[in-house]
Design a protein around this ligand. Structure first.
Ligand code: SF4
Length: 233
């Protein structure tokens, strides 16, 4: 028996493990070998799933391009107004609303992926001299920037700016500091770079390794602590 371990320093749990037998490893090797033979054959079987998440072949895969056209995914659930939303988790339509958001999210993410891919292909085609009805190339707008430093400095000084109002002393970026540290063969202590504490949240898929933020549970815990405090007076 062997032990397989997954270590994710930034995730929760940080460490997980499972036992695996030699027989299972042998079966796994056989399955992989069969899958490779199948994948290299003409018209291999496609199986839509979580493994497609970062697969670039989604753009041309019929299993993904077909459902993309299924706009019924964003038809609101019965009883819901279009884009209306139950405001609490115990609302009678809350479960249907959750399902609806999950379907709609898959749809819009797919649409966004297709948009990016199509935009890139249009751009390369037009750059290569191709013609697309209704579309053309234009110069990309760039952010304005100062002209020569010394010229700007003199001009600002003339306007009455002092040195501090002209020059700004800034720390280098993480990327630049990391490159210097590598060159010097030193390590930057972790405590020099910390993420500021936050109460804001963002959405993530259920397999994301980051700890889960459970708002209703946090509110319940706060209520319970408050009750204990008031009772102990
Ligand atoms: S998107 Fe790629 S990995 Fe997913 S089913 Fe289609 S071909 Fe297979």
């Amino acid at each position: 028996v062997l032990v397989g371990a997954i270590i994710q320093p930034r995730g929760e749990p940080k460490f997980s493990s499972t036992t695996v037998t030699f027989k299972e490893i042998r079966y796994f090797r056989e399955d992989i070998a069969k899958a490779i033979v199948q994948a290299l054959a003409p018209n291999p079987i496609r199986q839509k799933g979580e493994h497609c998440r970062f697969a670039p072949c989604k753009v041309t895969c019929p299993l993904w391009t077909g459902p993309l056209l299924d706009l019924t995914a964003i038809i609101p659930a019965p009883g819901m107004h279009a884009f209306g939303q139950p405001t609490s988790a115990d609302h009678p339509d809350a479960a249907a609303y959750g399902e609806y958001l999950s379907r709609a999210k898959v749809l819009v993410d797919m649409a966004a992926m297709f948009k990016k891919e199509i935009d890139e292909q249009m751009h390369s085609f037009l750059e290569a001299g191709g013609s697309i009805p209704g579309w053309r190339l234009k110069a990309k707008a760039k952010q304005r920037q100062w002209i020569d430093e010394q010229v700007v400095k003199k001009a600002l000084k003339k306007l009455g700016f002092n040195e501090q109002e002209i020059w700004q002393k800034k720390l280098v970026t993480f990327q630049s500091a990391d490159a210097t540290a590598r060159r010097r063969g030193v390590t930057i202590p972790d405590e020099l770079r910390v993420a500021p504490p936050t109460t804001e949240t963002t959405i993530a898929t259920i397999d994301d390794p980051a700890p889960i933020v459970n708002r209703p549970q946090a509110v319940e815990q706060f209520r319970a602590s408050l009750k204990l405090l008031t009772e102990s007076k």
